[in-house]
Design a protein around this ligand. Sequence first.
Ligand SMILES: [Fe+2]
Length: 313
Amino acid sequence: MPTLDKTATIADLFSDITPDGFVERYWNQRWYLGAPRPEVIESLTGGGPSLATWSEGFRRAYSWRDAKPRLFGLLGARQVVPITPSQADPILAAGRTVIGAILDRGVTRLATLLKSELGIPGAVETSASISAPGEAASPHYDGPHIFVFQVAGKKQWNLSRERLIHNPKLGRNLNPDGTIDLSDASENDVEDPGVRVGECDSVVLEPGSWLYVPAGTVHSTVALDKSLSFMVDVKPTRFDQVVDRAFRHAHGGAGSELPPLAGAGPEWSRQILTAAAKWAEELSPTHPAVESAWNDLCADLGALQTSFWENRA
Ligand SMILES: [Fe+2]
C-alpha cells in the first residue's frame, strides 16, 4: 500500500494563530481566512487534485460502490441540478460551476489530519468546486462546517460576519431580501424564519489560501477566473441525531426502518414510545447503542470516506 510522506502538519497551515487558538476563537463561531500556504497544502495532500485531474475525483466519487451520486451543476441563481460526470465539461464551457463529492487520496488524508490534529468530531465528506469566471454560488448556508482549499484561480467569498443559524439541521438558500427560503421545508426541519442576514464580509481566495466557514454561515461566491477548490465538510454532531441513532441501534435489526415519529401512525407511535421508555431505563454512556451512535456520528470519517480510506490503492 503506497504511503505519503508527512512533512507538514495542520499547525503549519496557520501563520497568525495556534491550532488551539483557532479552535477556541473561530470553530463554530466565525469564519477564518488562512494565509496562502501552497507548499503546506501540497505536502499535506501529496499533491491533491489539480486542474488536470479534478474530473477523476468527481468520477470516482460518483461511481464509488454503493455511494449515492452527488454531482451538481449550478446553472443560475439558485438553479442547482444533479448531473453526470460527462455533463461537467459542457456546463463549465457554458460559464457555470460544477460542484460535488470527490474521492482523492490526498484530500481524504488531509481530512483525517484535520480531524485528528484539531480534535474535530463529526463525519467528514470531501467535495470540489470548479467554476468558469463569474457568479458561482448564490447566497445560502450549509449544514456542515467547511474547510475550503483554493487550488487554482481566484475566488471571491462573501460571508456573513456571524453564523446565521446555530447548529443547522440542513443547508438552505436565502431569499433576495435576506430571509431564509423555507419553501421546501417540512415541519421537522424548519429553521427560525425571522432570522435575516446582516452585513457581509468579502475575501478573495488565491491558490494556496484556505478558509474555514462555520456551519450556518451565509455565503455566496464569484469566480474571478477559472477556479478549482476542494472542500473538507465536517458534519456537526447534533444531540438529537445521537439520540435518534442510538435508539435505532437499540431497536435492533429493524431500527433503521423506524419512520420519523411525526410521520408514524398511532400504533407505530405507541410501539416506539414503549420501546424508548424501556431503553431509557438502561441508558448509559457506555450502552453499546450509545457508543455505536457516537462512533457513527463522531469517530468515523463517514461511510464514503471510510470505505475509500480502507480500500485505497
Ligand atoms: Fe456552500
